[in-house]
Each structure stands twice: as structure tokens, then as C-alpha cells.
Design a binder for this molecule. Structure first.
Ligand code: SF4
Ligand code: SF4
Length: 447
């Protein structure tokens, strides 16, 4: 059951292979139908910048109704959407099975798919969405890549002009070794008598976990090993979320087929698939089956996939966690990311943190404002900072030693938000994922 309704929502498969999906007149009619319902409802006024832009367009139009808003102006509403899914998951009473059949994020996705087909995607956006290829190269030259992309680097002005990356945005650093290399060099010793010794898991490294912050994967491997889970690290391909944001649905489908094919032998062999980044877990569990509803491998993969926090909490519930955790001092402000909420699994990151002895956790549910690569971009960064300010204020006000979000990019953005708020209190230390704190509680060093 979802957060905002007593009735379980249904999400219809995306009809992206039909000619009607790309018919501009039909798309415009659907935008007007949905936007008119939203204008009358207005519940989502404070979720993001898309809805305020829509309502301003209507309020400032000649008739004060949607009929005098030009269709060309809808683009500004589309451009502000990060596809966070929060309107669908938490606010809208009109999602299917309601007869109004509102799926605002998928309507935005359709608009972007039509635009991508008609005009193509810019060179810079296309290149940025190649996270697998970029990560492979950048880890080979991590020192130079991190110097070139750090805030204040003399190259950031050029990067803003060429790649559209706002020069003030904090960009993720690259690791000098991928998670796969690091895990192979120092595999954590498995406790063969651990409570979850019957489990086998594949950790889907993901682009961020493989190329940017390997501490998340190393912490996950250590915690799972302590609990007896036999775990392998596999990273067949990017989940395609950066391409979904561009409306490149056929390329996302291709990624889904590749990853499902790579994981099928593991699933046949009894492995669970565990994704540490919520956006990637969301893709495997929910978006891919809506894009390829007839593909049996994709459907099987969706059923076998767990979000990392969900998996550890599942072990705690069913087998109990291995003993040996010590308290973490200073408390934790935990940001619930949108794509964790969109998985409809409850606050599994907070539940994971509560398993650490004497955990002192403050949960913050406000949007970070970031929305994946969207928040880095020139033209979006200022909006991302504006939308994320309330979350940053709540986290700063909590006065905890650590701050953590399951979404690593949201975490980085929140860190930058807190820095700009200033104030007397020391800034909380950013941690890549709740699993890192659990690994530290188990005494694991270097994460
Ligand atoms: S998906 Fe998120 S960003 Fe997009 S309109 Fe809904 S709430 Fe706003
Ligand atoms: S998405 Fe649903 S809840 Fe949000 S403004 Fe539109 S109709 Fe209302």
C-alpha cells in the first residue's frame, strides 16, 4: 500500500512502442487533460518546481484557466521535473485505478521521449548519460579527473560551457579503483556460521557504487559476510536511469535486457540481487517491467531484486543479525530519498540504522532537490538548491554528528546545502549510505 492512499496504486506499462505515444497532438491533449486536473487540485504545490511553474502559468494566463496557456510553455514544467515519483507515490489520489488515471511523472517522461525523437538529445546530455563508459575512464585517471571537476577548479567554467555542468555544483569524486577491483583485492572473510549463512546475494555494483564511492559496496560486503551471506559483486551495465531522464526509453530497454540476461544465471542458482543505490533498485524493480512487460527475464529480475537496506532489514527480521555491533557516537540525521520512498518498502534505511545499538536517528523526509544528474546542470542547480533548503535546515537543526542519505547524490547535495546555510554548529559528517555506519558499528575500518 502506498503512503498517500488506502488503495494500492496500479502503474500501467509505458506504451512507448506505439505510434500514438509519439503523436504530438495526442500528447498535447493528454497534457491538457492532466494539467487541468492538477490545476483544480493543487495538492502538489510544494513538492518540486514543476507544479509551481504550472500553477503560475495558469494564474498568469488571460482566462486564469489552462485554455489560454500556450502549449509551448509546458516545456518549463517538464524541465523542472526530476522524475522523483513523489507526486505519484505520496500525494495523488487520482492515480490508477482511479478513473482520472493520473501518472504525472510518466506523462513527463512521454513528453521527453517525444522531444528526444523529434529533436534528439544534446551532445552534452548524451555524453553525461554514459555513466558506465565515463566511470571506466575516470577511474583510470581519478586524480586528474577529480582535480578537474572539483569546485573551484579553473576548468569548471569551461565544463559549464561545454558540458552544461553548473560550475558551483558539487560533483561526485571518482574512485581510483573500482569496487570490483577493490573487493577482489580485499574480500571480507565470510562468517560461515553467520545467521544468514543460507543466503546468496549478488551485489549489483551500479555506476556510482563501482566508480565513485566504493565504501558503500565494501561496507555492504563486510556486513553481509559477517552475517554469513555468500556475496559476489557484479556490474553488467548501467541501469539506464540517466537515459530515462532524457526520454531515451529504447536505450533503457536495451540496458534492461542486458542486465537481466547477465543476472539470470545467478537467479537460477538461487542468488538474490541487491542494489545499493535506490534509483537503480527502482529501475530493476518497477521501471523496467513497465517498459518491457512481456520480458520474462526482466520480470524475474524484478522479483529477485532487493534494495540494500531492505535486504539487511529482511535478514534482521527473518534470521536475526549477527552480534558484535558497538554504538555509533553522535547520532545520525537520515534523509529518506525519493527513490527509496518510490519503492514503497517503508523507511528501510531508518530501520537499518535502528538496528545499531543505542542508535540516535532523526528522520528527514523532505526532498533534497537534487534529482540525479538534473541538479548539476546549469539552469537547474539554483532550483535544486532552493527546493532542498528545507531538508538541509531540518538536518542542520537536528544537530547530529553524521548525515546520511541512501541516495548518494542527494547526500552530496545536502552537504553543499548545509555548507551554504552556514551557522555556528559544526557541519555533520557525510556518510555514503546507512550500511557504512552499520559496518563501522561492526568494527570494520576503512569505510
Ligand atoms: S515526479 Fe517529482 S519532480 Fe516530477 S512532478 Fe512529480 S514530484 Fe515533481
Ligand atoms: S499530481 Fe495528483 S495530487 Fe498532484 S496536483 Fe496533480 S492531480 Fe493533484
Amino acid at each position: 500500500m502506498r503512503e498517500g492512499s488506502l488503495e494500492a496504486p496500479i502503474r500501467h506499462p509505458l506504451d512507448w512502442k506505439s505510434a500514438d505515444f509519439y503523436d504530438e497532438a495526442k500528447l498535447d491533449a493528454e497534457m491538457r487533460r492532466v494539467f487541468d486536473i492538477c490545476h483544480t487540485c493543487r495538492r502538489c504545490f510544494n513538492l518540486c518546481d514543476s507544479f509551481p511553474r504550472l500553477f503560475d502559468l495558469v494564474d498568469e494566463s488571460k482566462s486564469g484557466e489552462l485554455d489560454t496557456v500556450a502549449s509551448a510553455d509546458f516545456k518549463s514544467v517538464v524541465d523542472a521535473c526530476t522524475l522523483c515519483d513523489m507526486c505519484f507515490m505520496t500525494k495523488c489520489p487520482y492515480v490508477p485505478p482511479h478513473e482520472f488515471n493520473i501518472d504525472f511523472p510518466h506523462l513527463i517522461l512521454r513528453y521527453r521521449a517525444v522531444e528526444a525523437k523529434k529533436k534528439g538529445v544534446s551532445f552534452a546530455d548524451r555524453e553525461l548519460a554514459e555513466t558506465d563508459r565515463n566511470g571506466k575512464w575516470a577511474t583510470l585517471i581519478a586524480g586528474a579527473a577529480n582535480w578537474a571537476t572539483r569546485r573551484g577548479s579553473p576548468l569548471r567554467g569551461i565544463e559549464e560551457k561545454i558540458a552544461g555542468l553548473d560550475e558551483n555544483a558539487q560533483l561526485p569524486k571518482y574512485a581510483s579503483r573500482t569496487l570490483e577491483v577493490e573487493a577482489a583485492a580485499a574480500p571480507p572473510a565470510r562468517n560461515e556460521a553467520g545467521p544468514a549463512k543460507g543466503r546468496k546475494a549478488v551485489l549489483y555494483a551500479t555506476c556510482y557504487g563501482d566508480y565513485n564511492d566504493t565504501s558503500i559496496g565494501m561496507a555492504a560486503l563486510a556486513v553481509l559476510a559477517k552475517n554469513g551471506v555468500e556475496t559476489k559483486v557484479v556490474n553488467p551495465h548501467c541501469c539506464g536511469m540517466p537515459k530515462l531522464e532524457q526520454g531515451l526509453i529504447d536505450e533503457v530497454a536495451e540496458a534492461a535486457r542486458k542486465v537481466a540476461e547477465a543476472f539470470a544465471p545467478y537467479i537460477n542458482d538461487g542468488y538474490d540481487i541487491v542494489a545499493p543505490v535506490p534509483s537503480c533498485a527502482l529501475m530493476l524493480k518497477f521501471e523496467w517491467p513497465l517498459i518491457l512487460p512481456e520480458d520474462e527475464s526482466v520480470k524475474r529480475l524484478a522479483k529477485s531484486t532487493f534494495d540494500l537496506s531492505e535486504y539487511v532489514v529482511d535478514i534482521a527480521r527473518k534470521e536475526g543479525l549477527a552480534e558484535g555491533m558497538a554504538p555509533i557516537d553522535g547520532g545520525v540525521a537520515f534523509h529518506v530519498s525519493c527513490h527509496s520512498r518510490a519503492q514503497n518498502i517503508g523507511q528501510k534505511g531508518a530501520e537499518l540504522l535502528a538496528l545499531i545499538p543505542q542508535a540516535d536517528v532523526t528522520v528527514v523526509e523532505r526532498c533534497s532537490g537534487h534529482g540525479g544528474a538534473w541538479g548539476y546542470k546549469k539552469g537547474n542547480f539554483e532550483t535544486a538548491m532552493k527546493v532542498g533548503k528545507p531538508a538541509a535546515r531540518q538536518i542542520q537543526g537536528a544537530g547530529k554528528k553524521h548525515v546520511v542519505s541512501e541516495c548518494p547524490l542527494a547526500g552530496l547535495h545536502i552537504e553543499q546545502e548545509i555548507e551554504t546555510l552556514g551557522g555556528e554548529a559544526p557541519e555533520p559528517q557525510l556518510v555514503g549510505h546507512p550500511i557504512v555506519l552499520m559496518a563501522r558499528a561492526y568494527g570494520v575500518t576503512g569505510v
